[in-house]
Design a protein around this ligand. Sequence first.
Ligand code: MLC
Ligand code: AMP
Length: 470
Amino acid sequence: MLLPALADPPARVALRFRTTAVTYDELARSARATSAALAGARRVAVWATPTVDTCLAVVGALAAGVAVVPVNPKTGERELAHIVADSAPDLVLAAPDVDLPPALASLPRPPVGPGAGPLPPEPDAEEPAFIIYTSGTTGPPKGVLLPRRAIASNLDAVADAWEWTSSDTVVHALPLFHVHGLILGVLGPLRRGGTVWHLGRFDSAAIGAALAGDATVMFGVPTMYHRLAADCAADPTLAAAVGRARLLVSGSAALPAADHARLAETTGQHVVERYGMTETLMNCAIRASGDRRPGTVGPPVDGVDVRLVDDTGTPVTGEEIGEIEVRGPNLFLGYLNRPDATAAAFRATWFRTGDMATRDPDGYLRIVGRRATDLIKSGGYKIGAGEIENALLEHPAVLEAAVTAEPDDDLGERIVAWVVTTTPHPPPEDLSNHVARLLAPHKRPRVVHYLDALPRNELGKVTKRALTRP
Ligand code: MLC
Ligand code: AMP
């Protein structure tokens, strides 16, 4: 069973938000009601605001065996149209006060009443539980089909690594439309029968208050730890509260050594890193009892095979750099409607992550980079340069566009646009807002450079390496 606590609810709070708390008993009743309302559907879009409604919708759909398509409520019109057309949901679930945009408003939105009756039978473990959209280097995002088996096995593997039990309360402020916040951050505590405490939005003071109270574990992306480290350095009371946590876990991007050190110095906490991906869930994790070595993501979690290979697919030896390939029950089923992309992502049974790493003698992995320079990680979000270039080219004043990333202390990487435009140039905010409106605010360029022409090679391809700050 994916969520055993629904069948046998413990007397505990399951979900805690700023102004509401839901017990396991209430969660189980809500799941029965939602699953009845979804009867007969194959896929449901969930308007994934950081609210209790999103968690109730997702748990109900999982109980019903209906695949969830979580939608970022800030998704722009172009991206939303793609997600809805590609995933073809039968229904949509959203909090009662939400006005849905036209692409979703035309779908049936079932009312969810009080729950009664039994839970439906547990769906097959190979059935898709989620379709989560993730960016590639070019084209629109691809829908990753995640089976129940991957979620259950992976949550158990990380629970083992982190000694994670029903007595833990996990506090976080992660978005609920990606695997980090939704699968690890919500289904993780619920599978253990423990508590998730979602803050709605990231705020160091709220994290401190939670850790000074019942919260035992925090999850976050490096940007959040960067902000928390700065705030702890300025506020000893906050630092002391953070120091009480049993475990702080960082993932979705590399945690800079400077932030690790600053947190250790001010709070005594050594943040544990783990390495995951939408397609694979968590591959590696530093164990709670392990050596918390900065710059490493630990050994593979139980049941997951990880190897490093060269360009020909031959495993590298010693401490050489290789591409990370992964095999195990944690893997996705494929990309929705994209057999070509699914085939290209595998070497026989091994999933090719595109991440480059070295291995310490004791098996700890160090991620050293990415194969594709056209993938950007900003604030822990994966963003394809190609999708932003296409969006920029839809702006009436843009004639040519190239997108790169540059290092950013807060976001890890920031998006930089290089454009050739009609004159006079449109202001940078115009281009940035245009991308936010079509795709999503986190995909907007933070810096815009205006050029007379893009540098190109003899074949006419843009040479991004020649794009350097004026
Ligand atoms: C700004 N905003 C705009 C805008 N410019 N809105 C519309 N148009 C524009 N032009 C809004 C934003 O929506 C946001 O609103 C606010 O202004 C600030 O925007 P921001 O600067 O982009 O946000 P910021 O505060 O910098 O966010 C930092 C962050 C966020 C860390 C909170 O990046 C974040 O939540 N990251 C988590 C990503 C994540 O979960 N990744 C996991 C992927 S899974 P508002 O209302 O929001 O303030 C994965 C696998 C694994 O990677 O291993 O985990
Ligand atoms: P996503 O496709 O959004 O799921 O992002 C997955 C990618 O995030 C991985 O392929 C890595 O590049 C990156 N990532 C996740 N965790 C870590 C980590 N701890 N350190 C470095 N990179 C990470």
